[in-house]
Design a protein around this ligand. Structure first.
Ligand SMILES: [Fe+2]
Ligand SMILES: [Fe+2]
Length: 330
């Protein structure tokens, strides 16, 4: 494939790749943030979380109001949907920690600050909407949910990328898309069209967040190509979801993977590849030795991930076939 020439490369050579400190990059990208913020505000449509919640299904719980205790058969949501919804909600719940991380990294001034606050406000809507839905429809045990929220938020969230501005931007570009796909697929398998409708709305917000960060990463690749390539390689090869600290995450993640909400195949095909392809990351030419090294590392990693994903799919098919055989024998 012919190397893609960077059309709007700025003065990276005169500065040298080591000349780009985080502070200089934040300053250099301010104009792009302003432009992307304007674009975001012009396409993001206001929506009302309360309109998506079937309040008529709600009733008092036991305890203070002496209502009916929760039990699993009260909701039509599938077991897979329940697990995924809880992971998605607890991930959204840690917003104060995410806000702290990005406000510390990007600052609270100018266009960066406006974006940080706007993004936080939009993310806040997701937790509200999903919790309201879960409680009104009795889709999850409210006591367990509250205890998990307390435990998860009390741990806080510390970004793996807080040491690098470029890594932070690269991470959120992939992570917002990962979140979009996780919400969308959760809706698809939840077993309730109302839940799917709500999560499609949330997923749409996540997609716009991804576009914002992806475009910022594109500008970073033009300004500081070698450093940006290094950041992308580091983030992709060491990616983990922000909800990894949730109590019981490993077990939940295994169910979510097997059920097809989020797994290695989805991560490779629907999250990593679309962003990398859009930015033409594997085709960028004219890199210095550091950039070339990072690009090669990325290529090797993606090949390995693809074959791991293939092995996962074989295991998944075998488990599903065993389950189907067991069901038909019953
Ligand atoms: Fe969100
Ligand atoms: Fe988001």
């Amino acid at each position: 494939m012919a190397p893609v020439q960077r059309s709007t490369v700025q003065s990276s050579t005169s500065l040298g790749s080591s000349g780009w400190t985080d502070a200089r990059l934040i300053l250099a990208l301010e104009e792009v943030v302003e432009k992307e913020l304007d674009r975001h505000l012009s396409v993001a449509k206001e929506w009302m979380p309360h309109e998506f919640v079937p309040w008529s299904q709600g009733r008092d719980f036991d305890g203070v109001l002496g209502g009916e205790a929760w039990s699993v058969e009260q909701s039509q949501v599938t077991a897979l949907g329940r697990v995924s919804l809880v992971v998605n909600l607890l991930t959204e719940d840690n917003l104060p920690s995410y806000h702290h991380e990005i406000a510390s990294m990007f600052g609270r001034e100018g266009a960066w600050g406006t974006w940080v606050h706007r993004w936080t406000a939009e993310e806040g809507r997701h937790g509200i909407a999903i919790r309201d839905y879960l409680l009104a429809t009795r889709a999850v045990d409210p006591v367990e949910l509250e205890r998990a929220r307390m435990s998860h938020m009390s741990e806080g969230f510390e970004s793996d990328n807080a040491h690098s501005m470029l890594q932070s931007v690269a991470y959120v570009a992939f992570q917002e898309l990962a979140t979009r796909i996780a919400h969308r697929n959760t809706g698809k398998y939840a077993g309730d069209p109302l839940c799917e409708q709500l999560l499609a709305k949330v997923a749409n917000d996540e997609n716009l967040h991804m576009v914002f960060y992806r475009n910022l990463l594109k500008a970073a690749l033009e300004i500081a190509p070698d450093q940006a390539m290094r950041a992308i390689a580091d983030v992709v090869t060491d990616f983990r979801m922000p909800g990894h600290g949730i109590p019981g995450f490993e077990r939940a993640a295994a169910q979510i993977a097997l059920g097809g909400v989020y797994n290695l195949r989805i991560h490779h095909d629907d999250v990593l590849q679309p962003v990398l392809r859009h930015l033409k990351v594997m085709e960028i030419g004219g890199l210095g030795p550091e950039g070339v090294l990072a690009q090669n590392e990325l290529g090797v990693f993606l090949d390995g991930l693809d074959s791991q994903a293939r092995k996962f799919e074989e295991r998944q098919a075998a488990i599903m076939a065993r389950r189907a055989a067991r069901r038909s024998a019953e």
